[in-house]
Design a binder for this molecule. Structure first.
Ligand SMILES: [Zn+2]
Length: 598
């Protein structure tokens, strides 16, 4: 183990339904590849996230079904936990925002900002129903978006262009309850003083040289137009405002986005408590040597490169108004905001409402998790918008995973199992043998360097290039023609199996499920790649059980270096590691898609 602490902060999926493959290609798989690599390299990784359960869309869904927002959140939290676990995403803790712990941490951040003068009260215009005189929560107001002209925009957000709105901004606002035009009256809210962070944010971004240029440029451009932003909302579902006159109010809550980003901290604190050392989170959040990488899709950059850093700077007392850290002490800012671009599907934007969608659970019912993980790594939206097509998925699976990596594993281990029954004892190695082993063992450094910088596409391509070298070696040496020379055959098979052991290490961050299988095919015992597990806990205020994702990732044998195979280790005939797909799946899936789009 190194002493390097790395926080992997993964975007919080919103608990309004199951995840689709566009979601997990943005935040899910890349954050897991990164974490698995660093754990193999001996670094101390803390990977946290959870479901984001407050905000208007969940209350709208609850109203529509006649249930409580918590019931909607409870249901979708379980669905999402299953989606992420099915993909093997190795969270140290995947929790949720409706815990008492999360509320307490969110309130502490608010109070720290208040103490240092970075939030201030301001009277704005809020909506009431003219006929009843009661406050109209944002979700009950609809109108035309002032930015894109969409006529179904809600009081807090336009679902067409994605911009955050205030109800008073809507053109022709109407109450969804009775169709009347709301009356706007004075309403008090707390605002985050974003202009006070302009210099501190600019100085910090000026030191972030390693970021993807599009993310950095986008973030720097945001600084040109910083305005105070409402920290509270007219809504009855969310974290309460921790002030004497506000705590018990039914109609005011902390804005969902301001509590969701606090989740990275609250989940770390919850993880520490569950680990038995309540102070353990401080290693990742307060040590100057620790790094924090935040993973998300590009639509969330603003909350991770502007809002959350501003909350942290204000809590620390490190912006224009000065101040001192709150009771937690000084908290680290992100090392890097790792944002991916968008995945489209067969040329169309993913949309659950228009049913242009492939849900993770449907995908995993028909295909292997590693097949999707491989596609996302090699052809996903790492640095440009990318299209998922079934034809390309089929090609990548069959030509690269099955015919490339799977075939190398299968034919080498089959031949060794059949002829020797164990990992063969090699004789003197030839130049060709030594050259291949130098290539495979030497690939850990360059592939690791790419993974450390989140150049995952280049990393997986380099690993697969090495697989190609091993396949070429096997074809050139043709051990199946060496029946008359078993000593040489055994040296070739030994060399091939050692190359497979190395390639399996290189591919383990991407393909943890098949990496475990290859480990076992090579006669390995125990756990190579640790899978996440789901635990039922009962920490919500009323003691209802809910699932968290966690895992004992330190117990896996996977390491980021060449591990020598041991001649004489028994081998049995392998089963295929990957599933070759019939080309007919393309038409079947497109037909399913056509039905869904109707
Ligand atoms: Zn709009």
């Amino acid at each position: 183990m190194t002493d390097r602490h790395i926080l992997t902060a993964v975007a919080w999926p919103y608990a309004n339904g199951p995840r689709h493959i566009g979601h997990v290609s943005g935040f899910g798989v890349p954050s897991d590849v990164f974490s698995r690599y660093h754990r193999m390299a001996g670094d101390r990784v803390l990977m946290v996230s959870g479901t984001d359960e407050h905000g208007t869309p969940i209350t709208v869904a609850a109203d529509a079904e006649g249930v409580t927002p918590q019931e909607i959140a409870d249901r979708n939290n379980r669905v999402i936990v299953d989606d992420l676990t099915g993909l093997g995403l190795s969270y140290d803790l995947f929790t949720r925002t409706t815990t008492a712990n999360h509320a307490a941490v969110s309130q502490e951040i608010f109070l720290g900002l208040l103490k240092n003068g970075y939030v201030f009260p301001q009277t704005t215009l809020g909506a009431i129903s003219p006929s009843t005189g009661r406050t109209l929560p944002d979700r009950y107001i609809e109108g035309t978006c002032p930015i894109c002209g969409f006529d179904g925009a809600r009081g807090d957000q336009c679902d067409n262009c994605g911009n955050q709105l205030d109800p008073v901004d809507l053109v022709n606002p109407v109450s969804k309850i009775n169709g009347e035009t709301p009356k706007f009256v004075e309403s008090e809210h707390w605002f985050l003083d974003l202009p006070a962070f302009a210099k501190a944010l600019g100085d910090w971004l000026g030191t972030r040289k390693s970021w993807r240029p599009n993310v950095l440029n986008f973030s720097v451009n945001l600084l040109a137009d910083l305005k105070p932003r409402s920290y509270t909302r007219d809504i009855d579902w969310g974290v309460r405002v921790p002030l004497p006159d506000w705590q018990d109010r039914g109609d005011k809550r902390i804005y969902v986005w301001f509590d969701a980003v606090v989740g990275y901290l609250s989940a770390s604190i919850e993880w520490a408590r569950r680990s038995g050392d309540p102070e353990a989170w401080r290693q990742w959040w307060q040590s100057p040597d620790s790094d924090a990488y935040y993973f998300m899709g590009k639509d969330n950059i603003v909350f991770h490169s502007e809002i959350w850093p501003a909350q942290l700077l204000g809590y620390n007392g490190e912006a224009a108004k000065g101040g001192t850290p709150g009771s937690y002490g000084r908290l680290n800012l992100p090392t890097e905001v790792v944002s991916s671009e968008f995945l489209t599907m067969e040329g169309k934007k993913f949309s659950s409402s228009r049913r242009v969608v492939i849900y993770v659970k449907d995908f995993l019912a028909r295909y292997d998790a590693d097949a999707l993980r491989y596609f996302i790594a090699v052809a996903g939206p790492e640095n440009q918008d990318t299209d998922f097509t079934w034809a390309e998925f089929l090609r990548r699976n069959n030509d690269e995973l099955v015919a490339g990596w799977g075939n190398l594993v299968n034919r080498s281990i089959s031949m060794a199992a059949k002829n020797v029954g164990a990992i063969p004892q090699p004789g003197d190695l030839t130049d060709a043998d030594r050259a291949l082993l130098a290539t495979t063992s030497g690939a850990f450094a360059p592939v690791g360097e790419l993974l450390g910088r989140n150049r995952q596409k280049a990393a997986v391509n380099e690993a697969m290039r090495v697989v190609g070298e091993a396949n070429k070696y096997l074809s050139d040496q043709a051990p199946w023609k060496l029946k008359e020379d078993p000593a040489r055959r055994d040296s070739v098979l030994y060399t091939a199996l050692q190359a497979i052991k190395d390639c399996n290490g290189l591919l383990s961050p991407f393909l943890p499920h098949s990496a475990q299988q290859v480990h076992e095919l090579l006669g390995g015992e125990g756990v190579w790649s640790v899978a996440p597990r789901v635990e039922e806990v009962t920490d919500l205020d009323d003691g209802r059980p809910y699932p968290v994702i966690t895992g004992d990732y330190g117990t896996g044998q996977a390491v980021w270096q060449s591990v020598p195979i041991v001649p004489g280790t028994p081998l049995s005939a392998p089963r295929p590691v990957f599933t070759k797909l019939d080309p007919s799946i393309v038409e079947e899936e497109l037909a399913r898609f056509a039905e869904g789009s109707e």
